[in-house]
Design a protein around this ligand. Structure first.
Ligand SMILES: C[S@@+](CC[C@H](N)C(=O)[O-])C[C@H]1O[C@@H](n2cnc3c(N)ncnc32)[C@H](O)[C@@H]1O
Length: 271
C-alpha cells in the first residue's frame, strides 16, 4: 500500500527564526489557535452583534481562519477575507466552500472592493499592530465598504484606565514591542472612539475584558484542556520558544492592570 505522508499546512511566519517572528505566529507554532486579546468570549460577543446569515461579511486579517470558520458556520451570503499575508490567504481559501466566498491578498487599507459592498466588516487583532495613522486609514476603508447603518466589529488591545499617564502608555507599548517583536500600539477606549469617529463611525457598544492571552484560565476557555496541555508541552520542550513565551507572559502579567481585550461595535454614520 502506498504510504501517504501527512503534511501540516505551512504557518505564516514559518520562515522566520524564533527570535524574530511576531508573537502571534510564535504562539501559532506551538498550537495556539486564539490569537486575540479578548479571547473566544469577545469574538462570540462581536459575532452576535452583526448580521451574518445571508449577508455580505468582510473580514479584515482572518489570519489562520478560526473566526472565518465561525462566520461561515452562521451562513453568510458572501464571505470576503482580506489578509496581507499570502500564507494566511492560502489557509483561509482552503476553508471556503464553493460559491461567492473569497480570500484576497491585500492590505485592509486598500481592499480594491467596491463602495458599499458589505453589510458588516469584522477585524480582530490587527489594528493594534499599526500606527494610529494606519489604523485610521484601515477604519476609513471599512467605512467606505459599508453603507450608512452598517456595522464594523473590532477586537483589539486596550489600555486602562482611560486617563492612564502618557509616560506609562509609552513604557507599556515599548515593553510589548520588545516582547512580541511587533509594534503594538494599544489605545484607551476614548482613543479608539476618537479614531472611529474620525473615520465616520459612531461607537454603539463596548465589551471589555482583561488581556488574558496567556493566562491559564483563559487558555483553557479558549483552547480546551487538551489544547492547553499540548501548547504547554510544546513550549516546555523548546527552550528558545519557551524563553520568548515567558518574556511575553511577563509583559502581560506585569501590566495586567493596564491591558484589556476590547470588542467594539462601530456603526457607519451619514447617509
Ligand atoms: C494576530 S493575527 C490575527 C489573526 C486573526 N484575526 C485572529 O484573531 O486570530 C494578525 C493578522 O493580521 C494580518 N494583518 C495585519 N495587518 C494587516 C493589514 N493592514 N491588512 C491585512 N491584513 C493584515 C496579518 O497578516 C495576520 O494574518
Amino acid at each position: 500500500m502506498p504510504h501517504t505522508q501527512f503534511r501540516a499546512p505551512a504557518l505564516p511566519g514559518a520562515d522566520r527564526p524564533v527570535e524574530q517572528v511576531g508573537g502571534h505566529w510564535l504562539l501559532a507554532r506551538v498550537g495556539k489557535k486564539v490569537l486575540r486579546p479578548g479571547g473566544r468570549e469577545t469574538t462570540s460577543w462581536l459575532l452576535d452583534q452583526i448580521d451574518i446569515p445571508g449577508h455580505t461579511v468582510v473580514e479584515f486579517a482572518p489570519g489562520l481562519g478560526h473566526t472565518a470558520r465561525e462566520i461561515l458556520d452562521r451562513g453568510p451570503g458572501t464571505y470576503l477575507g482580506i489578509d496581507s499575508d499570502p500564507t494566511a490567504v492560502e489557509l483561509v481559501r482552503k476553508l471556503l466552500p464553493d460559491g461567492s466566498h473569497r480570500a484576497i491578498e491585500a492590505d485592509a487599507q486598500h481592499t480594491g472592493l467596491p463602495d458599499g459592498c458589505a453589510d458588516a466588516v469584522l477585524g480582530e487583532a490587527m489594528l493594534t499592530m499599526h500606527t494610529d495613522h494606519h489604523k485610521l486609514d484601515i477604519m476609513r476603508e471599512a467605512a467606505r465598504l459599508l453603507l450608512p447603518g452598517g456595522r464594523y466589529a473590532i477586537h483589539e488591545m486596550g489600555l486602562l484606565p482611560n486617563d492612564l499617564a502618557p509616560q506609562t502608555k509609552d513604557e507599556i507599548r515599548k515593553a510589548l514591542a520588545r516582547a512580541i517583536r511587533v509594534n503594538a500600539r494599544p489605545l484607551t477606549v476614548p482613543e479608539w472612539t476618537a479614531l472611529a469617529e474620525e473615520a465616520g463611525f459612531e461607537v454603539v457598544a463596548v465589551h471589555s475584558t482583561r488581556m488574558g492571552l496567556l493566562d491559564p484560565r483563559r487558555m483553557i476557555a479558549d483552547e480546551g484542556w487538551a489544547g492547553t496541555a499540548r501548547i504547554i508541552g510544546n513550549v516546555i520542550r523548546q527552550p528558545q520558544i519557551r524563553r520568548r513565551v515567558m518574556g511575553m507572559r511577563k509583559v502581560f502579567t506585569d501590566n495586567h492592570d493596564h491591558l484589556a481585550g476590547l470588542g467594539m461595535i462601530l456603526v457607519r454614520t451619514g447617509g
